[in-house]
Design a protein around this ligand. Structure first.
Ligand SMILES: Nc1ncnc2c1ncn2[C@@H]1O[C@H](COP(=O)(O)OP(=O)(O)O)[C@@H](O)[C@H]1O
Ligand SMILES: NC(=O)OP(=O)(O)O
Length: 317
């Protein structure tokens, strides 16, 4: 049986125009990304796909708020916006992959699983929002947004501008993990934990309720990778390699790093919170829980990265 690889697609890598992309533009970005995933399937890898929703869920929240302000339409809770984006992006990936397989004559079925992810209502991250969502704003635009929306909390996101942040509790369990495993065993390419999963809290034995938050998809993906015993975790994002001194004149791209070196770079603050740091922490979690290797790269480098010709590779020692 081929080795199981989990590929996480970054939400920002599916958006090209900071909130002005049409659905067709978003589909085109998905289509370009799945070409690289189809290459991996064609090479014989068994693949599970996860994806982010940071930009998209922020756009959805804004649509809801504008419809409420302008037309008095009922608001939609954040947890439902997460579910909507999980369905919308999952649909695009599912259709684009199915079409790509048909074009190449690959006999593989694709299925998305609506995935609830359990969190704790006592998670301290509910009191300290850190997950950037929606568009990037200049400092001047951010000031206007804060005046218009006094309840918004905004942070600077990796030198790319200011963004609204929402609470991001840590994932504890994946409610639909058995369904996901069954589909993997039945040889499906499975799309799961979209947008980090729909955040839910346990209300009893096998009962759940939604809670407003956006789970980091890198943490949810690493938990899924552990629960389905994946061998390799690949996180695709906007950069081909992780860097130290990112954005500075002495920036250096990393090709292969050990867990110990990675911990040292974390201690030296090389990875920005809310963007690269969660990817690195999720990678270490995965390696700590029986994962073999992690690759962080951009979608177009996927195939080369599998052959160690691209990407940043994190290994145990
Ligand atoms: N040390 C670093 N090395 C490379 N990229 C970094 C680093 N620190 C921050 N970044 C930024 O983080 C981005 C990835 O985070 P983000 O765009 O939030 O993720 P996602 O692709 O999951 O939406 C990169 O595209 C880059 O702009
Ligand atoms: N939910 C989430 O982590 O999304 P991004 O990958 O788009 O930030």
């Amino acid at each position: 049986m081929s080795k199981l690889v989990i590929v996480a697609i970054g939400g920002n890598s599916l958006v090209r125009d900071n909130g002005r992309d049409t659905i067709q533009d978003q589909y085109e970005a998905v289509r370009e990304t799945v070409v690289n995933i189809a290459d991996m399937v064609q090479e014989g890898y068994k693949v599970v796909v996860t994806h982010g929703n940071g930009p998209q869920v922020g756009f959805a929240m804004q649509r809801v708020e504008i419809a409420n302000e302008v037309r008095g339409m009922p608001t939609i809770p954040l947890v439902n916006c997460v579910a909507d984006t999980q369905g919308g992006i999952g649909y695009q990936i599912q259709q684009a992959l199915t079409n790509e397989f048909a074009k190449r004559g690959i006999k593989k079925k694709v299925a998305s699983v609506i995935t609830q992810v359990e969190v704790s209502k006592d998670d301290p991250n509910f009191l300290n929002p850190t997950k950037p969502v929606g568009s990037f704003f200049t400092v001047e635009q951010a000031e206007v947004m804060k005046t218009e929306h006094p309840d918004w909390i905004m942070i600077e996101d990796s030198g790319r501008g200011y963004r609204r942040v929402v609470p991001s509790p840590k994932p504890i369990d994946i409610v639909e993990k058995d369904a996901i495993k069954s589909l993997i065993d039945a040889d499906y390419v499975v799309i799961a934990v979209g947008g980090g999963g729909i955040p839910v809290v346990k209300t009893g034995d096998n009962t759940y309720d939604g809670i407003d938050a956006v789970i980091d998809k890198d943490f949810a993906t690493s938990l899924l990778a552990e629960q389905v015993q994946a061998e390799t975790l690949i996180i695709t994002t906007g950069v081909s390699r992780v860097c130290i001194n990112f954005g500075k004149p002495d920036q250096k791209a990393l090709e292969k790093i050990t867990v110990e070196e990675t911990k040292q770079y974390i201690a030296e603050n090389h990875f920005a919170p809310g963007s690269m740091l969660p990817k690195i922490e999720a990678s270490l979690n995965f390696l700590d829980n029986n994962g073999s290797r992690v690759i962080i790269t951009n979608p177009e480098s996927l195939k080369d990265a599998m052959n160690e010709k691209a990407g940043t590779h994190i290994i145990k020692a």
